[in-house]
Design a protein around this ligand. Structure first.
Ligand code: BV8
Ligand code: ZN
Length: 242
């Protein structure tokens, strides 16, 4: 990775008025959380697209809760990595900063980030199918399915996560899109940029004149469109830039 590009991006970053960051599963990879489409992305040979749907849940809620409890177990044992921490530090130093994440692992919040838009929900929250109450549910029953403990309601709980085919929470989308529309600098870190509408945010920022920087060891559909692309791990480059 050439130091000229590092200096150029550091320069741009220091002049930025409104910074927006989009992250995906890749930023948590160095914490030990499997990504969705990487080599370690499978669980019992299922792909996320087959499990993360309302149809899959209504067909076999036990299987889907097994998948989420497997992921919860992994996430409960990991901690934020230098990339998460660098973003929290950048927010501290910046005036106007927004972090838009596709991740549901909550690691950005643990790292100290404040202004976070969780586009796809959060793995630690559950939502009742009957009364729609959303609560943080750290532990799941040893056996059987989790049910609502609100007075008089016995509804089945589902993860408070946006599945394929489901719309994203309006207030989160509105806030995230506004941050992207106003930004003059955008980081896109650790995402394969295939899942919509998150994947459209980088070109949206670019068309508004923002300087867009991608950090991803692999090329993605946006790599040729961005202003600077570091084909490295987030943990290697982000701390150097910040
Ligand atoms: C919606 C929750 C409509 C699950 C997730 C065609 C057919 C069918 C559907 C569609 C279609 N075209 C568009 C759609 C819609 C669909 C979609 O985009 N499908 C894709 C697959 C084509 N989108 C939706 O359904 C969305 N909803 O559109 O609603 C609507 C509108 C109005 C009213 C009603 C309905 C909902 C999308 C949300 C789905 N939920 N997650 C869960 O997490 O349990 S998506 C899932 O993928 C995760 O959230 C994940 O965050 C997201 C994106 O993946 P990435 O984060 O990018 O992770 P990935 O593994 O792919 O890539 C990791 C990257 O990191 C890699 O590039 C790798 O190189 C890099 N990396 C690895 N190590 C490092 C690293 N980078 C840096 N450092 C490292 N160390
Ligand atoms: Zn309920």
């Amino acid at each position: 990775m050439d130091s000229i590009q590092i200096d150029a991006v550091r320069e741009r970053l220091s002049e930025a008025k409104k910074i927006v960051v989009l992250t995906g599963a890749g930023i948590s990879a160095e914490s030990g959380v499997p990504t969705f489409r990487g080599a370690d992305g499978l669980w019992k040979n299922f792909r996320a697209e087959e499990l993360a749907t309302p149809e899959a849940f209504s067909k076999d809620p036990k299987l889907i809760w097994e998948w989420y409890s497997w992921r919860r177990d992994i996430i409960s044992k990991v901690k934020p990595n230098p990339a998460h921490l660098a973003l929290a530090e950048l927010e501290e130093k910046s005036g106007d900063f927004a972090l838009v994440t596709q991740n549901v692992d909550g690691l950005h919040g643990l790292a100290g980030s404040k202004n976070i838009y969780e586009l796809h929900g959060n793995i630690w929250r559950t939502r009742c199918l009957e009364c729609s109450t959303v609560v943080e549910t750290r532990s799941l029953p040893e056996s059987g399915l989790p049910h609502c403990n609100r007075e008089g309601c016995k509804g089945l709980l589902r993860p408070d996560i946006v599945w394929f085919g489901e719309s994203l929470p309006m207030e989160v989308v509105t806030g995230a899109f506004q941050a992207v529309d106003e930004a003059d600098f955008m980081f896109v870190i650790g995402t394969s940029s295939v899942v919509q509408p998150a994947a459209s945010l980088s070109s949206r920022a670019k068309s508004n004149g923002a300087y867009v920087v991608e950090i991803n060891p692999e090329k993605t559909p946006i790599s040729d469109m961005v202003d600077a692309s570091f084909q490295t791990k987030a943990g290697d480059t982000l701390p150097k830039l910040i």
